[in-house]
Design a protein around this ligand. Structure first.
Ligand code: PEP
Ligand code: MN
Length: 564
């Protein structure tokens, strides 16, 4: 087995931090899962464009399609060649998705550089050293597939070839290896993910399509790859797989791809990641806002310090081109968005263990801001202290009161501990670090531990592992004119029998699904209530205008908080 030091450039020793490979607005290796999708081969302009529109709609951020196809038989379709590259460039122009295609010979380099964003080295060429050296000299990200029967060491050595020529933008792609098992085309080596993670700083994506060769096996393996920590997946999708010129039997139909994306959206937060359905649209918006600013970047306020979950929500929602701005309070976040000091604010509304964050419901009512997005994080808490300390040494624990509540069961087992409330959990970690006193510990996120150089001495101490927090993003104006999928509103009804029920029936009768109803007392007006409602519909759409007009006539107060 290779020693890590054999990988002089690809090894973690050389570069301990994860490499983020940038492909236009897309980052492979960050906290957002990258989905590369498209047909095996570009067959025509119409085929490529129609599949591209579908996969983009369902959440893909990069488009794939072969123009030079390395087929097992010389009599099979060999690809459209340069014509295919031009079609790929057109797909990028129309959809905004950067495009990935396989380079099979150094003679194609010039045409590739003219038309495509990522150069794929196919499994059959993983040890074509002249080709590796060629892409190593090009200024373009490379997707390096694992060879049909390559060991992980051989694969990383091939990456080393590319890196040693000066191109550090390499993404590894596990696509299954040859084994004695004939039930699938190849055997998907998912254990390569944690192995590679430890050995190298390069990101890794998984291609379950070529790994299994069978449509129905693709989604389960894609879900498993994300759960195992892959930075992304590459999925073959075809709108007419029965007629596909290559790899039809393993291609998902667009609907199946849509379903898989929804599953990945749910799985990703469990392992601290996100699938962002609006990645490209948001990246464009963040860049435009940034361009209009003297500082050159858009800014988002959150309550807490760096390393708080508000900070994480901001970065996962907007990406690393957004400047996160720590704020002193939730009220300050709203104030800063209103005054224009920042462009956006991110605030929590609900935690699955400690319930609603009422202060932010009130601030939404008081301030004329719009909800323009939402993001849910798994907000797992850990006991954090100086290295060398154990749980038995703890005497004092610092954190936010809501966090104490979310970790109630664990804290009840340690009744002698003194609990010290702080304004936010990341601040607790900083205080423990600064005080540097024996017996001090904090409860916060792993990010906060890392930022302040402290150690997690007990992982996952929340009472339920299903600890999720829903954040909303607020702005001065609505962000998009695309049809939104969700809306939030707040209203009050006359104090008469059946008035609330009447308003709820309006939604039901229009086929609008309600996903949240929360009543909140009105300050200083005993027994008067505001109803906060979330629905799965775009209340600003023409279709719902009559419903909204009717709702207005039945309410005493009505405010649309936003559609997103
Ligand atoms: C492909 O991605 O279309 C392809 C040919 O893959 P592999 O090189 O992994 O067989
Ligand atoms: Mn293929």
């Amino acid at each position: 087995m290779a020693k890590q030091s054999q990988f002089k450039l690809a090894g973690r020793e050389e570069c301990p931090e994860d490499t983020h490979v940038r492909i236009g607005p897309v980052v492979v290796g960050g906290e957002r899962v990258v989905v590369i999708a498209g047909p095996c081969a570009i067959e025509s302009r119409e085929q490529a464009l129609s599949i591209a529109r579908e996969v983009k709609k369902y959440g893909a951020t990069l488009f794939r399609g072969g123009a030079f196809k390395p087929r097992s038989s010389p009599y099979s379709f060999q690809g459209l060649g340069e014509e295919g590259l031009k079609i790929l460039a057109e797909v990028r122009e129309e959809t905004g998705m950067p495009v990935v295609t396989e380079i099979t010979s150094p003679t194609q380099a010039e045409a590739m550089m003219a038309h495509v964003d990522v150069l794929q080295i196919g499994a059959r060429n993983m040890q074509n050293y002249e080709l590796l050296k060629c892409v190593g000299r090009l200024d373009r990200p490379v997707l390096l597939k694992r060879g049909l029967s390559a060991t992980i060491e051989e694969w990383l050595m091939s990456a080393e070839y590319i890196l040693s020529e000066g191109n550090g933008q390499v993404v590894l792609c596990e696509r299954g290896i040859r084994t004695f098992e004939p039930y699938t085309r190849n055997t998907l080596d998912l254990s390569a993910i944690p192995v590679v993670r430890k050995l190298t700083h390069l990101p890794i994506v998984v291609d379950p399509s070529h790994a299994t060769g069978i449509r129905e096996k693709v989604a389960p393996m894609a879900r498993a790859a994300i759960a195992a920590g892959a930075d992304g997946v590459m999925i073959e999708v075809h709108n007419n797989p029965d007629e596909a010129l290559s790899d039809g039997p393993q291609s998902l139909l667009p609907d199946q791809f849509a379903e898989l994306m929804r599953d990945i959206y749910v799985i990703a937060p469990v392992i601290d990641k996100q699938l962002d359905f609006h990645w490209l649209e948001k990246a464009k918006m963040v860049a435009e806002v940034g361009d209009s600013k003297e500082s050159g970047s858009a800014r988002t306020a959150f309550f807490g310090e760096l390393g708080s979950f508000g900070h994480k929500a901001c970065m996962q929602h907007f990406g690393d081109k957004m400047t996160p701005m720590p704020g002193r309070s939730y009220a300050q976040v709203f104030e800063d968005v209103k005054s224009g000091a920042v462009d956006f604010g991110v605030v929590p509304l609900m935690n699955s263990l400690s319930g609603s964050v009422y202060q932010n419901y009130d601030l939404l009512l008081e301030n004329d801001l719009k909800i323009v997005g939402e993001i849910t994080l798994r907000t797992a808490h850990h006991l954090i202290a100086a290295a060398g300390m154990t749980v038995c040494d703890v005497k004092r624990v610092f954190s936010h009161p809501d966090v104490f509540q979310q970790c109630g069961q664990f804290l009840d087992l340690n009744e002698s501990w003194e609990l010290v409330a702080t304004r936010d959990a990341a601040m607790a970690v900083r205080q423990v670090k600064e005080r540097s006193q024996a017996g001090d510990a904090a409860i916060a996120s792993s990010d906060a531990a890392e930022i302040h150089g402290l150690t997690i001495i007990k992982k996952g101490i929340d009472t339920s592992a299903r600890n999720y927090t829903r954040f909303v993003v607020v702005a001065r104006e609505p962000l998009t004119n695309r049809e939104c999928t969700k809306s939030s509103l707040v209203y009050s009804v006359p104090d008469e029998p059946g008035t609330l029920e009447g308003t709820l029936r309006l939604f039901a009768e229009s086929g609008v699904n309600m996903v949240k109803l929360e009543s909140r007392h009105v300050d200083g007006k005993p027994w008067e209530y505001m109803f906060y409602v979330d629905v799965e519909a775009d209340l600003a759409s023409d279709k719902l205008k009559p419903v909204m007009a009717e709702l207005e006539s039945r309410t005493e107060y009505l405010k649309i908080l936003g559609s997103y």
